[in-house]
Design a protein around this ligand. Structure first.
Ligand code: IPE
Ligand code: IPE
Ligand code: MG
Length: 259
């Protein structure tokens, strides 16, 4: 790597302000297929290289001090992809989990999942359970992987659970508020998303965390997921830190409370 390039990268990392770190970053990891196609390779090749970016981003986030990182790995809609692609993605998941579990544990990272994980192949489910069990007491960062995840599916599930509790007089309808809904989502133990990143140039949400991104800052980049490296994450965080999060208030109000 050229010396100048190294300096730029170091600066990007050191420019990140610790006091303004996003507590929760969520990423829609998109563009594996197009990345492979550009090189006349099969889509699977893109997914394999996408796994390397996952490793980079997990490491970078833990190094900077991000408390919660959530990665969209497989959506409820992705079940409609060709059977072979789905099978390969599942196999890749098992092998990545096997390969990375000790590394995650050594770095004090806790693995968590959101989504209909019961619908995953047994092998994937078992491997996930093993890593979740191994890392359950880790405290440095929570890595949440969204698998067979759909936000609408999540909302339907939570509404059903709440409806049953209302029917059984456990909750009264008047008591249903944001916190009750939060408690019944797959993300019940996570804070709201502060920064949502989507790679590959697409500017859509694709059924990801609809409720939880209500006030997230959105960051879209043309970089395809297998090309997304540590410095790309630093760029996104630097961009986030330039923004003023007003939560409905005026800029003046925000500036006075900051003083
Ligand atoms: C993201 O890359 C990975 C998954 C959705 C599993 P894609 O496979 O969607 O890649 P593109 O969008 O076709 O390039
Ligand atoms: C979203 O990517 C799901 C994941 C990144 C896992 P897709 O590539 O499936 O999204 P759409 O269908 O193009 O919106
Ligand atoms: Mg895609």
């Amino acid at each position: 790597m050229a010396k100048n390039h190294v300096i730029v990268l170091t600066n990007l990392k050191s420019k990140i302000q610790e006091s303004k770190l996003p507590q929760h970053i969520a990423i829609i990891m998109d563009g594996n297929g197009r990345w492979a196609k550009k090189q006349n390779k099969l889509r699977v090749f893109g997914h394999e290289n996408g796994a390397k970016s996952v490793k980079e981003v997990v490491e970078a986030s833990a190094e900077i001090g991000i408390k919660h990182l959530t990665l969209y790995a497989f959506s409820t809609e992705n079940w409609n992809r060709p059977k072979l692609e789905v099978q390969t993605l599942m196999k890749l998941l098992v092998s990545s989990l096997k390969k990375e579990m000790s590394h995650l544990h050594k770095n004090n990272i806790k693995l968590n999942t959101i989504g209909d994980i019961q619908s995953l192949p047994k092998k994937v489910y078992q491997e996930l359970m093993d890593v979740i069990e191994l890392t359950k007491n880790n405290t440095h960062m929570t890595l949440t992987v969204a698998l067979s995840y759909g936000s609408r599916d999540e909302l339907i599930n939570s509404l059903k659970e709440i409806a049953i509790k209302v029917k059984n007089n456990i909750i009264s309808p008047e008591k249903i508020d944001e916190s009750v809904i939060n408690q019944h989502l797959y993300t019940h133990n996570l804070p709201d998303v502060d920064l949502l990143i989507r790679t590959s140039g697409e500017q859509r949400i694709s059924n990801f965390l609809l409720w939880q991104i209500a006030y997230a800052e959105l960051y879209f980049t043309d970089v395809l997921w297998p090309d997304f490296k540590k410095q790309d994450l630093y760029v996104a965080i630097n961009d986030y830190q330039q923004r003023e999060r007003r939560f409905g208030k005026t800029s003046e109000q925000i500036k006075t409370t900051q003083k």
